[in-house]
Design a protein around this ligand. Structure first.
Ligand code: GLY
Length: 429
């Protein structure tokens, strides 16, 4: 008898996870709540279950007779879905609410990093806007103002000077721009360098690192314009020299997971530190308790091992028994987004050409739905075209060649995903 798996979520990341789980010899049936138009081809989408309602998820596990629940996004983890499912006796992949605090409270993460010696830009926490304002006026220079809680990826404001910082403090603390998540803020030193995403599986004790990857968060080529959920990603970055990569694995990821275990909150799931590689070495600017999106979409095609075996081992605290192998190929993902994204978008536009992509290229769906057999846009980030090849240049060429075969009115995408993969680092201010 194989495993019945219930996966929560509806993004491109979940489509990629469902795609790999669906290939597993361990799988019996796959259910995705709520899923999307892509996951519908790989398992059964379940509607009417809120992924952030622990009791509703627990009831759903009974209905589908789940042997394993997989949670890959922040809000259900922060809501305590893993705790509810595990309390009902069902194994689950993902961190408990207490362990996920490393993502849902920046103040908690900063305190953990300070106590365990994880290199970071972390700064003080404020609950009083007047004190925060006095602090940034005293510093006088560039800082980053962060809402303490989850804010749909929008709670971080990078400020060039004290006036911008005061405006960011006012928005978060006086105007309620991020709701309750912004009533407490942290103010951090601004770092200069290049960002890299670290990912690792853990069962609370054992750590299995994934390849490094680089997201492209701004809407336009050259990494300018407003922030988005991520416009594309590549792995691995050849600019990341081996010593720095090893320092990230040991002084950041492994140290953070050991510190969580020591404080009685073992971290099981995917730990994903966001790291700035600076002149003085790698430093953390955030820690996430889940797979990155779109990072998961380029990493999972590189996984040689069976994903479901790894997730199940993490859920049963036996990751030490499992080797996790990755291939060396370059992997590039290009996000195609709706016109207007990241602002208000037009949706309902017909998507054509997916059937024409190469057999070895993946198209992961995020904001699209099927209506009367036709695939229509339904969100900001619509889909991600992902290709692998022996070199980064070949992977880029393959991804863009396939992007050109997919059409919807107003589609926008970056033309430079992967261009920095081999570009030496500069620390210009
Ligand atoms: N890659 C950005 C995120 O998943 O938060």
């Amino acid at each position: 008898m194989g495993l019945n798996v219930l996966l929560l979520g509806s993004g491109g990341r979940e489509h990629a996870i469902a795609w790999r789980i669906s290939q597993s010899p361990l799988l019996s049936r796959l259910w995705i709540a709520p899923g999307n138009a892509g996951t519908a081809d790989l398992g059964e989408n379940v509607s009417g279950v809120s992924p952030t309602d622990p009791e509703a998820v627990r009831r759903c596990t009974e209905e589908v007779r789940a042997d394993l629940v997989v949670v890959s996004s922040d809000d259900p983890l922060a809501a305590g879905v893993i705790d509810a499912v595990v309390a009902a006796g069902i194994p689950a992949f993902g961190s408990t609410r207490a362990a996920a605090e490393i993502e849902w409270s920046k103040a908690f993460a900063n305190d953990l990093m300070a106590r365990s010696g994880v290199p970071t830009s972390a700064g003080p926490t404020f609950e009083d806007p007047d004190e925060a304002t006095a602090y940034v006026r005293h510093l006088g220079g560039p800082v980053v103002v962060k809402a303490d809680g989850l804010a749909l990826g929008k709670g971080v404001t990078v400020c060039d000077n004290a006036d911008e910082a005061v405006a960011a403090i006012d928005a978060a603390m006086r105007e309620g721009a991020f709701g309750a998540s912004g009533t407490r803020i942290v103010i951090e030193e601004r770092m200069y360098g290049r960002e890299v995403s670290g990912h690792a599986f853990s069962d609370g004790i054992t750590v299995r690192h994934m390849p490094f990857s680089c997201d492209h968060k701004r809407i336009f080529d050259g990494n300018v314009g407003p922030n988005t959920g991520g416009m594309g990603v590549y792995a691995p970055p050849t600019w990341l020299v081996p010593d720095t990569a090893e320092a990230i694995r040991t002084t950041i990821t492994e140290r953070a997971i050991a510190a969580m275990a020591e404080m009685g909150r073992p971290f099981a799931g995917v730990l994903y530190p966001g790291i700035m590689v600076t002149e003085t070495g790698p430093r953390v600017f955030e820690i996430n308790a889940r797979f990155g999106d779109p990072e998961a979409q380029v990493l999972l095609p590189k996984l040689r091992s069976d994903l479901l075996t790894v997730l199940d081992a993490c859920a049963h605290q036996r990751l030490a028994d499992v080797e996790v192998e990755w291939d060396d190929r370059a992997s590039v993902g290009v996000v195609m987004a709706s016109e207007g994204y990241p602002g208000p978008t037009q949706t309902g536009r017909l998507i054509e050409g997916i059937a024409d992509v190469d057999d070895d290229v993946q198209v992961f769906i995020a904001g699209a739905k099927r209506v009367d057999g036709r695939l229509l846009t339904s969100g900001g980030r619509v889909l991600c075209v992902v290709a692998q090849a022996d070199t980064m240049e070949a992977a880029q060429a393959k991804a863009y060649d396939n992007v050109a075969r997919i059409h919807f009115e107003g589609a926008q995408y970056r033309r430079d995903i992967g261009d920095t993969a081999a570009l030496p680092l500069e620390f210009a201010r």
